[in-house]
Design a binder for this molecule. Sequence first.
Ligand SMILES: [Zn+2]
Length: 443
Amino acid sequence: MCRLMLVAALVACSGPSDRYISIDRDALETARELDPELEVVEADAEVAVVAFDPARFGALTEQMHERHHRCGGFVLHDSLGDAQAAFHTQLAERAVDYTLDRAAVVEAVLPALDRVRIVETIGELSTMPNRHYQSPTGAAASTWLRDRWRAFASRPDVTVELFDHGFAQQSVILTIPGTSPEIVVLGAHLDSISFRNKSRIAPGADDDASGIATLTEVARVLLAQNYRPARTLKLIAYAAEEVGLRGSQAIVRDFQRRKLDVVGVMQLDMTNFQGSEKDIWLMKDYTSAAQNAFLIDLIETYVGATWGLDACGYACSDHAPWYRAGVPASFPFESRMRQHNPSIHTTQDAHAIKFARLAAAYAIELGKGSLGQGSLGQGSLGQADVGFATTCDTCDAPRAIAPRTAPARGWELLAASLLLLLAIAGIRVTRSALCAAGSSSRS
Ligand SMILES: [Zn+2]
């Protein structure tokens, strides 16, 4: 009761236009410097819910980047009730059985990933003046990416859609449907931040064109190789991450409302600057320890990279709303958090190819995919049925060929056609006779 009275009194003190955010306790003084009138509604040892002046959001984002080395770093809530629900609600993590049994598929796909294409896509995204969530160019970035991803999809089952948030920029969602109701999500954020002014130049090459470009290359290769997952795969480019994880929060709420069963989330936010001694850094706070262990397995088995563990604080990217919803979430990052790219608008090298390899391996091993021959629903949660040639004229690794079962399917089709013709001719032929003929012709 006392706590409720305290909350009521604080709400009465907050300004009429204040908005509610949740933020790390260690960043509370930074927020207070920017808005001396801010009111702390609730707090525990790690997180505080505060009423904050929305006119200072730009400055808060800037300080979260520069002083606390966090991308995002706070959550903007729609209401006090939403803020308090988020503060008090941490759903238990969904249990997932992690196995590595798709080596043939992963090894077929990884060599097709192209580091040059990733760098080129980063270049295309960063020549846009900015990708601010409220700017015309931020909106144009959404349709540009939708069209780019659609160009990869020649199959009718693959969809690329925009998710409307009520502001200029929309999130982009590519879906490769599986045969199971379970879903695997890989994400990155589409927006860039132009401090203080939404029309200023903000190429955001590393933050986070690098993540979007990494996802784009994974999408290109999976679709070029006719990837067929058992679990539905969704690649999501979130709008408005930099201003309180607004895009990812709305999408998580939508998934929860529709009772969609997400078994895993990987977030790619800054992938192309090697700032520390190890290649890939897994954030161990506000993420899934079990899924992080799975990622370490993937790195050691497929990626050929070194890894380390670090921490990034509360709400440091779009995996945070998923984590709060009980979805196993991971955030592999380009460096230790404090050693990330000092110039978020530039990239350094082709570091991101390691993240593309990790993301593709994750999509295949958690999605339990196979390389389809053309029919829908070939993916299964059992062993993949893919055969491989050992040489390839145009690449340096094994190339997928037709599944081993294809000759038998061809024979069945031929037999069925023959039966039909014979039936039309009025000639009775027993199936056993046809089978006997088939076995002798194959021997
Ligand atoms: Zn970012």
